[in-house]
Ligand binder design. Sequence first.
Ligand code: IPD
Ligand code: CA
Ligand code: CA
Ligand code: CA
Length: 266
Amino acid sequence: MARSAILNVMVQAAMKAGRSLSRDFGEVQNLQVSMKGPGDYVSQADRKAEEIIHAELAKGRPGYAFLMEERGVVAGEDDQHRWIVDPLDGTTNFLHGIPIFSISIALERQGQIVAGVIYNPAMDELYTAERGGGAFMNDRRLRVAGRTKLTDCVIGTGVPHLGRGHHGNYLVELRNVMGEVSGIRRLGSAALDLAYVAAGRMDGFWEESLSPWDVAAGILMVREAGGFVSDKNGGNDMFDTGAIVAGNETIHRALLKTLKKPVTAR
Ligand code: IPD
Ligand code: CA
Ligand code: CA
Ligand code: CA
């Protein structure tokens, strides 16, 4: 599979940051860790990976703007392009020695996501997508799963961490989805959740209170694998609402419906 020059820049940045994360994962007990809020960890590893990605992308395409989880907004002279970067998605897993974490890099052109890379260095799984060009994992073309009955489906979600709001509403949603699906998974990296939907490993995914860097690359990944992604109202406002629902066309629609249900009596 021939990658475009811009996707190559993104892949190189993700792989280089991945090597840094792998080294730090090997001696996680020595890392400096701080809390941004209750249950919300950040470490030296997150910051180091972000610096690497920032330097690589700025070298590859000087002048593009950035939105990064740790550094925030970095303005650029080019107002048509913006990188959206999560240098370590799944910090909690990482700091507990659980090898489910990823790097997520997306490129927005005139407000539209045109390229995305998600890399899990611990499993050496590289997910790439370009608008109109399909989605791939380590060069294998991806396609969302074809199941059409919720009762056959494994659905991913994200459980709010300590300090996050919306617990009450989330528990209602969780209970309703649990009552209709075959199984639920909580991987701990929203970017990988979406990559797994693209790869057909999970049939669907929903979460709320996410940030653009958690989902930007994953949204493109799912769509380029033939899937559907929306906010909880079926719209395209995932960045502003923080809510996301994904799956194939049928499962996406079914999930939207289930998530709207009031509490069901048991
Ligand atoms: C987190 C992960 C997790 C999701 C959280 C995110 P971080 O990102 O994506 O799966 O449930 O809401 O904040 O902080 O590890 O980059
Ligand atoms: Ca974080
Ligand atoms: Ca994240
Ligand atoms: Ca992060």
